[in-house]
Design a protein around this ligand. Sequence first.
Ligand code: URA
Length: 212
Amino acid sequence: MTTQEKITELAKIAAEINTFKGLDIAKNATHAVPGEGNPDSPLFFIGEAPGATEDLQGRPFVGLSGKLLEKTIKETLGLNRSDVFITNIVKFRPPDNRDPFPNEIEACKDWLDRQIAVIEPKIIVTLGRFSMAKFIPDITISRVHGVSRFIELSTENCQLKTIVFPMYHPAAALRAGNIMQEFISDFNKLNSLLHPTILSPSVKIEIQQSLF
Ligand code: URA
């Protein structure tokens, strides 16, 4: 797909999300939060669900967690948030920031799969346990954060080989100093994965496989 085709397709998905009224959280939302960013980004960040600030603005990660995410992307990867793509598992705010329900994750699944299929990211970064569970079920985040793994996504819309890189949610990093250290350290690992400049392509692949 050309960049223009990607922009058109992402706008189509966003329009579907913005007009959807099939869940209570969608009916009660001030704004839906489809996601935003660079359609050609090699990095695709997936959070949990919008909070109060995101619901007011219709944009992902613009509250306190978002400020930390944006600052860490800048300081460790040298990128602006507009250089990457950022979205959530669930596109509408659950009341009182409760955990998303399985039916809410299911209702939003097709939009997320389509966003991934359009962007074809090199690395999908999951933030927190709900987005991790989409790709790596039945595991705790403390065991697998900061370790990349190859996945093959095969859905109606998508046949894609890519890398998933699970990380703690920035809200967890804001709550606990030791998680903050892991969060920053994982971002530094992500930077090495993204810019393995001194290695030849074959060595890169061996190293990535050995991380499993
Ligand atoms: N937390 C999330 O998981 N997503 C947002 O967009 C904001 C906070």
